[in-house]
Every structure is written in C-alpha cells, then in structure tokens.
Design a protein around this ligand. Structure first.
Ligand code: HPA
Ligand code: ZN
Length: 346
C-alpha cells in the first residue's frame, strides 16, 4: 500500500475535508433540507405540519430505522414536479462538491412518489437533469441507483422496474431500501435476477438493523456487488472472511448508525474494526438532512471518536473509488488525484 505521511490530530479535519472522495450511499430524498422543504411546500400550495424550520429540525430524533422512515416519508410529500426533484438533487450535488466529492452514486426510489400520484418519469427526469448539469457546472460525476422498497411486495418492485425501463440509460443500478427487519433480501430474488439480466449493477441494504444472515442472502441470492451498511457483519467471522476474500464493499454511514441507535455512541462504532479486518469499507452520509451531517461530518466525527489516522483516511477514500461503478480509466484518474492530494498535503 501507498505510504501515507503522518498528520497531526489538529490537521486531520483539514485533510479529511480536502481529500478527493466518492459518495456511494446517499438517498436523495434524505438530502432534502428543511429550508428547501418549506420552499417547495409553498411553491406547491402545501403545508408542512411544523411551524418552522427549527421546530422541524428539532423533531429529527429517532429510536430506530422505522421511526426515521415515517418522518422521511412525510417529508417527501412536498415533492411534486420535475423541477422539485431537480432542485433537491442539484442542492445535494453542490453540497457534495463543497466536501470534495468527485463522484457520487445516488439512491432514489420511485415507489414513494408513485404512491403519491406522481409518475416515475417526473422523478427520474428531474434527478437525471441535475446530474447532467452538475457534471458541466460543478465537474462532479453522478449516477443513479433505483431502490426498491422492501416493505412492499416483489410484484410492486417489478412494476417500479418496468416503469423505469424507458430510462434504462439514465440508471446504473438497482438497490433495496426501507424497513429491513422482516423483509429479507430473498423476498426480492426474482426482481434482482431480472435487473441483473438487464445489465443493472446490484446493491442492497443489509445488516443495518438486520442479522448477518441478510448479508449472506444479499450476496448469495440477490448476487449484489456492494452491501449498504453491513455493520452487523462483524458478528459473523465467516461472513467477514467472505467479504474480505471477495472484496465486497460496504457503504458505512456512521452518523446514520448513531441517529438510528445502531450503536449507542460513535466511540463504539465498528468502522475501525472493519478496516483492521481488511474489509473494503467506505464512509457515506445516508440521509444527511436528517442525520446531522454530510459526508465530511461523517468522516470528522468518526475519526475523532475512534482515533483513526491519515492512513485510514487514505484507505477509506481509495476504497470509495475502488467500490464505485465507474470505468477503470476514470477510477485510476480519481485515485491518482487522491495520491497527489496526500503527497502535497502539509
Ligand atoms: N435504511 C433503509 N432505508 C433507507 C434508509 C436507511 O438508512 N434511508 C433511506 N431509506
Ligand atoms: Zn441507506
């Protein structure tokens, strides 16, 4: 491995802020900040059931994933037009750019919005137009991953896939999100097989609240290439060995885990243990408007609580490009920029 120079703890936040990185686990609806939520509500003649931004933000206290999903779902109701989806996505991309994210793979779902009477076309066209504009205006590359909602049926996931197919060229992959417990990956075996046959890259949330068995079945039944969260994997040594051997990336989201009480505090998070085991872990923000920080806050808070180092920083940023669904020439170019950043940092 590339030899990383030591950086003092005082300089570490500057290093983490400035280093080039990719973000691979961000739900675009979870980037909708309260300010924009009120703006969109007004534009669409709707009301947010909170008096102001501050009261809304103060309501973001959760005991588990489901409590969060209920609030998150309520927030999505202000999204009505293609322009709304565009504005939300561009706001995230601008924020990501400020954190020196050079590439991002954005999760979205259509089922939430079709459930509110919108068409998939409105959602996908708004998101895609923002990704295209961000490449030109911000120099950031972004691709889209359609997540199926696992609390709904596989038949409904098939419908979502079908409705997205006219936009096949705007999407890089499919994923699996929403309430994990009681909805194991194998519930979606057929729709993932179909997506695979159509050339979609495959990911799934597994082992966030759910057991290691869900990570096994995401790998063996769904045949996913990346695991989203996956923090429960460290409970199963054979699973860790498998993930290391097959170089399966894990998109870890420390502040999400803290806010949803997957870990009681960040000092007890297992990110350091994952790196020590040789797992291909990455750091991501999940739902930054709800969990108290974008990708760089995830890095700085976790590094300070776990005592991680500049070597860990390099490893995590390198992993983020390694784990991404970009072509090998682009990957090499981004990893070269990363090495150059570390060589010239002082
Ligand atoms: N887990 C599952 N589904 C989600 C999440 C999450 O953290 N965020 C948005 N949808
Ligand atoms: Zn997620």
């Amino acid at each position: 491995m590339y030899k990383v120079k030591t950086v003092t703890p005082e300089r570490l936040p500057t290093l983490l802020q400035g280093m080039p990185k990719a973000e691979l686990h961000i739900h675009i609806e979870g980037s909708l900040e309260p300010e924009l939520m009120f703006t969109l509500a007004k534009r669409n003649g709707l009301t947010v059931p909170y008096p102001d931004v501050e009261t809304l933000r103060n309501a973001y206290v959760f005991d588990n994933l489901q409590e969060f999903l209920d609030v998150y779902h309520q927030g999505t109701q202000v999204l009505k037009t293609e322009q709304d989806f565009y504005d939300m996505t561009l706001a995230y991309l601008q924020r990501a750019k400020a954190d020196n994210v050079l590439h991002t793979e954005i999760f979205f779902d259509t089922q939430t919005h079709t459930g509110h009477g919108l068409s998939s076309d409105v959602v996908i066209n708004g998101l895609h137009r923002a990704c295209v504009d961000a490449r030109g205006q911000l120099g950031i590359s972004a691709s889209l991953i359609l997540c199926f909602l696992r609390h709904l049926s596989e038949t409904e996931a098939f419908e979502a896939l079908e409705q997205a197919l006219p936009h096949r060229d705007k999407l890089v992959g499919v994923g699996l999100a929403s309430s994990e417990l009681g909805h194991p990956p194998e519930k979606f075996a057929k729709v993932f097989a179909k997506a695979r046959s159509l050339g979609f890259r495959l990911v799934a949330h597994a082992g966030e609240e759910g057991p290691p068995a869900y990570i096994w079945s995401a790998l063996d039944v769904l045949k996913v290439e990346r695991i989203d969260h996956g923090v429960q994997a460290t409970k199963d040594a054979a699973l860790v060995a498998r993930l290391v051997h097959d170089k399966i990336p894990l998109t870890v989201c420390p502040l999400s885990n803290l806010k949803l009480r997957v870990f009681p505090n960040l000092a007890q998070h297992n990110l350091g243990q994952m790196l020590d085991s040789g797992l291909l872990a990455t750091v991501n923000s999940d739902d930054p408007a709800y969990f108290g920080g974008y990708i760089n806050e995830n890095f700085t808070a976790t590094f300070s609580k776990l005592g991680l180092t500049s070597t860990d920083a390099y490893q995590l940023a390198h992993n983020s490009f390694e784990a991404s669904f970009i072509d090998s020439a682009a990957r090499r170019a981004l990893q070269d920029r990363l090495s150059e950043f570390f060589e010239t940092f002082d």
